[in-house]
Design a protein around this ligand. Structure first.
Ligand code: EPZ
Length: 426
């Protein structure tokens, strides 16, 4: 079992103004590990996942799979084996789903495999209402009877799900993943139109194909799946976390390129690199999968819009904003994916950042430097932005509610301490 104590009310104290240097490693992608773990429900055979990051969310998904009836063994560092021992339950209970919305990812596999699922309706979170209506519509189209009662989604299928044409009105990452997992065992062909293109969707498709699924077009707008009767076990390595990598690229940019980022998935961050270059930072490869971020002599403000992959990811919005707070000139960031993903702005303002919000756009006026203060982490990715801000601010910073951090960044304080950061949990 992963021994991550759930630190609900801990704080992180950061000494600002330290000079950081050294190498920081990118872990396995959280948003690959979660759907890949849900996919283990699709087979009776043993599944081995490698490069699994040690995160609270991974812990929660392991607990959920064990609750359903899987044996889960840690067989090495970041290596876990999963095997359905005895089906205990077809329910994803509220106390687990309320900790992690991605629990919705067991809905598709449970419907496909067992014809029944009872999953607590994921609540919203700080970044938005996060509805799952598109998931449910798709399963209804595939022949499932889906009801929502007393805060639970109850799905039933007579026999197998039917292969169908599923056209998403807007791109949804976990919606695409849920339908993908449901369709691999469905009767007939499923075509997912306006599918999400994220690398994590492609990673899931690669794992499913190794299990015997017949999938074409992953990574494009249209994915075609031909259902099969059953899937076999697999050994699958999870891709590196492009969001953690982008977060560390911001760190390297802010520390004069003295930080090498290892296991860097260069090919997943093409558009992000374009934005860095427009500001005046070049992502320089110094080895097969290692980069440093080199600052040119002129840094410029930029205007950024978050969009679905392959464009600028919403999950890097708070981190790049932290960088822009200390770039002279007027920059802007428009958040197009979530309706409330600027909760970190008032926290950055407490550190002296000059930011104004008008509608979906934050207008940032670069300041000379940030100054330490007490702040709070507001969502998973914003918590890393606050950590970076604390490292570059003058004076000390205390971040409250840091359980967000542990949900998405593996051992981040120990990784930063290796670079010379003075950080302590209190
Ligand atoms: C995934 O969330 C990621 N989570 C998120 O990362 C990421 O921010 C998001 O994709 C966007 O890239 C995982 O992969 C586990 P969506 P997801 O469905 O799938 C609306 C992190 O920090 N929508 O692509 O839930 C939705 O409200 C997390 O790791 C509906 O309206 O996001 C949003 O506005 C945060 N109805 C937009 O679509 C639906 O049924 C995109 O959401 C589904 C989504």
């Amino acid at each position: 079992m992963i021994n991550i104590k759930e630190r609900i009310y801990e704080t992180l104290e950061i000494k600002g103004g330290c000079n950081l240097r050294g190498t920081i490693e990118v872990s396995g992608a959280k948003n690959s590990a979660l759907p890949n773990m849900a996919a283990v429900l699709l087979t009776d055979d043993t599944v081995e996942l490698r490069n699994v990051p040690y995160l609270l969310d991974v812990n929660t998904m392991i607990n959920l799979l064990q609750y359903i009836g899987l044996d889960v063994y840690e067989v090495g560092s970041g290596v876990f084996r999963f095997k359905l021992k005895k089906l205990n339950s077809l329910e994803a209970p509220y106390e687990l789903v309320s900790k992690m919305r991605a629990s919705i990812l067991v809905l598709g596999p449970l419907l496909a495999r067992f014809g029944y699922a009872q999953v607590a309706l994921p609540g919203g979170c700080s970044i938005g209402t996060r509805p799952v209506d598109l998931h449910l519509e798709a399963f209804r189209k595939m022949g499932a009877d889906i009801k929502v009662e007393h805060g639970y989604i109850i799905g039933k299928v007579n026999g197998r799900l039917k292969g169908s044409i599923i056209e998403f009105p807007r791109k949804t990452v976990t919606g695409t993943e849920n339908v993908l997992m449901a369709s691999v065992l469905a009767d007939g062909v499923t075509v997912i139109k306006n599918a999400a293109l994220e690398p994590e969707v492609v990673d899931l498709a690669n794992m499913l194909k190794k299990m015997g699924a017949i999938i074409e077009g992953e990574g494009t707008d249209t994915i075609k799946v031909t259902g099969v009767e059953s899937l076999k076990g697999v050994v699958h390595e999870i891709i590196p976390d492009r969001i953690e990598a982008g977060t560390f690229a911001v760190l390297s940019a802010l520390f004069e390129g003295n930080i090498v980022v290892k296991n860097y998935p260069f090919e997943y961050l093409t558009y992000v690199h374009k934005v860095f270059e427009k500001i005046g930072f070049n992502i320089v490869k110094i080895g097969k999968d290692q980069v440093v971020v080199v600052k040119s002599d002129k840094l410029n403000p930029v205007d950024i819009e978050t969009r679905e992959y392959p464009y600028f990811p919403t999950d890097l919005q708070a981190q790049i904003m932290t960088l822009l707070t200390v770039i002279r000139g007027n920059s802007s960031i428009t958040e197009n994916i979530f309706e409330n993903r600027f909760m970190h702005v008032p926290e950055l303002q407490r550190l002296g950042a000059e930011i104004k919000i008008k509608g979906k756009t934050a207008y940032i006026k670069g300041v000379e430097r940030l100054t330490g203060a007490e702040v709070k982490a507001t969502d998973l990715r914003a918590s890393a932005a606050m950590l970076i801000a604390g490292l570059i601010a003058e004076g000390n910073t205390v971040i409250h509610d840091i359980y967000h951090l542990d949900r998405g960044y593996e051992n981040i304080d120990s990784k930063l301490k290796l670079l010379g950061a003075e950080i302590s949990r209190a």
